[in-house]
Write a protein that binds this ligand. Structure first.
Ligand code: AMP
Ligand code: GLY
Length: 414
């Protein structure tokens, strides 16, 4: 099978790694990719949000499957364009991807499908935002309606800051605060059938102890030893299948991965957000544990044959990833700093490094080129072991000004 992956981050590096391990894959391509992915796939300098360019590339390399990583190409209709050429595509249509691209559309679907989520108001003026803020007790949750790379959400007890953020958005969703641990669950969907991957936990705030601004995610681990028994089954029955059914009934069947961001509240699991793509960095740990060959599985989603696919199998043990972020991430990350120590980190048993925001400099040296620079992965028999391996490997990497969290996957008492 010839597979083309679209995107250039740590998630796409993890996807390429998993696909490269599937014996069914005869050729692996990635556009535009990054220097880490170059070791696994042929890179193509394509604009990932240009539907014509991506479908022309897929035709030229005679791809059997296109896997779209990030949300921006999905929202831009890249999956629609690829499917129109007759090539199987893993990723929802632009209409279905609005489940991530518009918070108010997502709320609409959830209400129609009876899916538990935070009560909310969608507002377009400050005059509407004021009573909406008053309707809920602090902390206030204020979300920009459009795509904002995980940074359009403000959760604060400061009423004036909440009102100011609302005023800065064209359209804003103001909602009830959901209290409880967060879980990321990815459901693979083929339009009607949905299959869950193993749940993971992400660390969204920039600094230790969940302090600082929201980021795209500073680390993740799987499995979740503390997750309640039956959680995945409950989420599939109460949340995922009703959502998939609702989208199908509206004539916009969902093909790809539905990312369910959950809060486990005292009233049961509730949806914090849906995304139309794999989570980053949760994918890096979830795919590490997936034993089922990835290409056959994603192809089954893209071709509506997931119901005939054998049950998924998983490697025992755990995986932890720690994100190394550039100086000043998430505000205005500094680019162009040298990256050293990847080989040393990868030499530690059970550890490896995936590239996210990296580039090759003029002298051929590896340097930083984005906010989240590297994902350091540690694996082991359980979460504490995998965590120790990940942090040993982090200790080998040298990037001027870089920062990372020290408490990823820390359990009580660590
Ligand atoms: P989102 O972009 O919707 O995932 O929001 C980013 C982060 O803000 C989430 O991962 C949560 O930590 C937090 N958040 C969003 N909505 C809520 C909510 N209703 N209650 C509590 N925390 C929330
Ligand atoms: N890690 C959170 C996200 O991918 O949105």
């Amino acid at each position: 099978m010839r597979v083309l992956v679209i995107g250039s981050g740590g998630r796409e590096h993890a996807l390429c790694r998993a696909l490269s391990l599937d014996p069914q894959v005869s050729e692996l391509h990635c556009g535009p990719g990054n220097p880490g992915i170059a070791a696994l796939a042929v890179l193509h300098p394509v604009d990932p949000v240009d539907p014509d360019a991506v479908s022309a590339l897929a035709l030229r390399i005679q791809a059997d499957l296109v896997v779209i990583g990030p949300e921006a190409p999905l929202v831009a209709g890249v999956a629609d364009a690829v499917r129109q050429t007759g090539i199987a595509c893993f990723g929802p249509s632009a209409e279905a991807a609005a489940i991530e691209g518009s918070k108010s559309f997502a709320k609409d679907i959830m209400i129609a499908a009876g899916v538990p989520t935070a009560r909310s108001y969608t507002c377009t003026t400050a005059a509407e935002a004021e009573p909406a803020l008053s309707a809920f007790a602090p902390p206030y949750v204020v979300k920009d309606d459009g795509l904002a790379a995980g940074k359009g959400v403000l959760v604060t007890t400061d009423r004036a800051a909440a009102a100011a953020h609302a005023a800065s958005c064209e359209r804003v969703v103001i909602e009830e605060f959901l209290d409880g641990p967060e879980v990321s669950l990815f459901a693979l969907c083929d339009g009607s059938t949905a299959v869950a991957l193993q749940p993971a936990q992400d660390f969204k705030r920039a600094y230790d102890g969940d302090e600082g601004p929201n980021t795209g995610g500073m680390g993740a681990y799987t499995p979740l030893p503390w997750a309640p028994e039956g959680l995945v089954k409950q989420v599939m029955t109460e949340i995922v299948q009703p959502t998939v059914n609702e989208l199908a009934a509206r004539g916009t069947p969902y093909t790809g991965v539905l990312y369910v961001g959950l809060a486990l509240t005292s009233d049961g699991p509730k949806v914090i957000e849906f995304n139309a793509r794999f989570g980053d960095p949760e994918t890096q740990v979830v795919l590490d544990r997936l034993a089922t060959p990835a290409a056959g599985l994603l192809h089954a989603c893209a071709t509506g044959t997931l119901d005939a696919h054998p049950p998924l199998t998983w490697h025992d043990g755990a995986a932890v990833t720690v994100v190394l972020a550039a100086e000043n991430y998430p505000d205005s990350p500094v680019k162009g700093d040298a990256i050293d120590g990847i080989a040393e980190a990868g030499a530690i048993p059970g550890a490896y490094v995936l590239h996210a925001g990296t580039a090759v400099g003029e002298a051929g040296e590896l340097c930083t080129a984005g906010g989240r620079v590297l994902n350091v992965i540690g694996t082991g028999k359980d979460v504490p072991t995998a965590r120790a391996v990940a942090y040993r490997a982090v200790g080998e990497i040298r990037i001027r000004g870089a920062h990372h969290r020290g408490d990823i996957a820390a359990m009580k008492g660590d």
